[in-house]
Design a protein around this ligand. Structure first.
Ligand code: IPE
Ligand code: IPE
Ligand code: MG
Length: 254
């Protein structure tokens, strides 16, 4: 075990040296996928995959915080994930509560702000309570913002924005001429957060599954076959190194 850990830390050190610390993405978004297949490969119930996935969250949050990422948005539960069997949904909700209870102190010590996006009013009361409590306890921190996407859907977010813009128009709070990209962004869950620089999806699926549809217009995309429970800081650094080689043109010529 000792030697295994030592090897991992040497590997991390080597890859960390390749990171350009002056070009760390400010905002990384991750579609944490593959927990179920990770478990299936081991003949274990899917819940074991989700538990192993929480361990990855702990490590990736710490790694992001250490290298100076400002925002980390994790897709934890989509508006479509309610279609899963009830016992899987409840496992995921329980893991969320356990994670927040278990990590709050450590995250606070590491100066992390716990935030959430999505319609959390549909989550079990206990989840809502822990989320709000974690947010209140950490909101004055100044380090990484950990943004948990829960009951989040990009389309749902846009529908809510359209409805709220309409309401504010009826109240004469908005003139139609004022509707521009900035205004729409301000009606989204992510209103105070810059768009992601890098989006990572694990598990080999090459799709967005309704994640941050508006916000990723110019985000760099990175897909890896690794299942989320196997995704380690080493893989995160590799993804960032890949990102650092990209030429972000935003439609212009150089
Ligand atoms: C991601 O892993 C976790 C959530 C969607 C909550 P999955 O549960 O989707 O794992 P696979 O895709 O079935 O392997
Ligand atoms: C996306 O993964 C949602 C989360 C990671 C929370 P899914 O596993 O739900 O996506 P699909 O069904 O494969 O597109
Ligand atoms: Mg999946």
């Amino acid at each position: 075990m000792f030697f295994k850990n030592k090897n991992i830390s040497i590997k991390n050190e080597i890859v960390l040296k390749e990171l350009d610390m002056n070009n760390i993405p400010k905002h990384i978004a991750i579609i944490m996928d593959g927990n179920g297949r990770w478990a299936k490969k081991r003949n274990l119930p899917r819940s074991f995959g989700h538990k192993a996935g929480v361990e990855t969250i702990r490590e990736i949050v710490k790694a992001c915080s250490n290298i100076g990422v400002k925002y980390l948005t994790l897709y934890a539960f989509s508006t479509e994930n309610w279609k899963r069997p009830a016992d899987e949904v409840s496992t995921l909700m329980n893991l969320l509560v356990e994670y927040l209870r278990g990590e709050l102190e450590e995250l606070n010590r590491n100066n992390v702000i716990i935030n959430y996006i999505g319609d959390i009013s549909a989550l079990p009361d206990l989840c809502q309570k822990e989320l709000v409590n974690s947010n209140i306890k950490t909101k004055n921190n100044t380090g990484l913002t950990l943004n948990l996407a829960l009951n989040y859907g990009g389309r749902d977010e846009i529908i809510k924005a359209v409805k709220n813009i309409y309401i504010d128009m009826l109240k004469n709070n908005i003139d139609i001429e004022k509707i521009d990209e900035k205004l729409i962004s301000n009606y989204l869950y992510t209103k105070n957060i810059p768009d992601p620089d890098l989006l990572i999806r694990t598990s080999g699926e090459i799709r967005l599954s309704n994640f941050l549809l508006w916000q990723i217009a110019y985000t760099e995309l990175y897909f890896t076959d690794i299942y989320w429970p196997d995704f380690k800081p080493y893989h995160l650094y590799k993804a960032i190194i890949d990102y650092q080689k990209r030429d972000r043109r935003f439609g212009t010529v150089k």
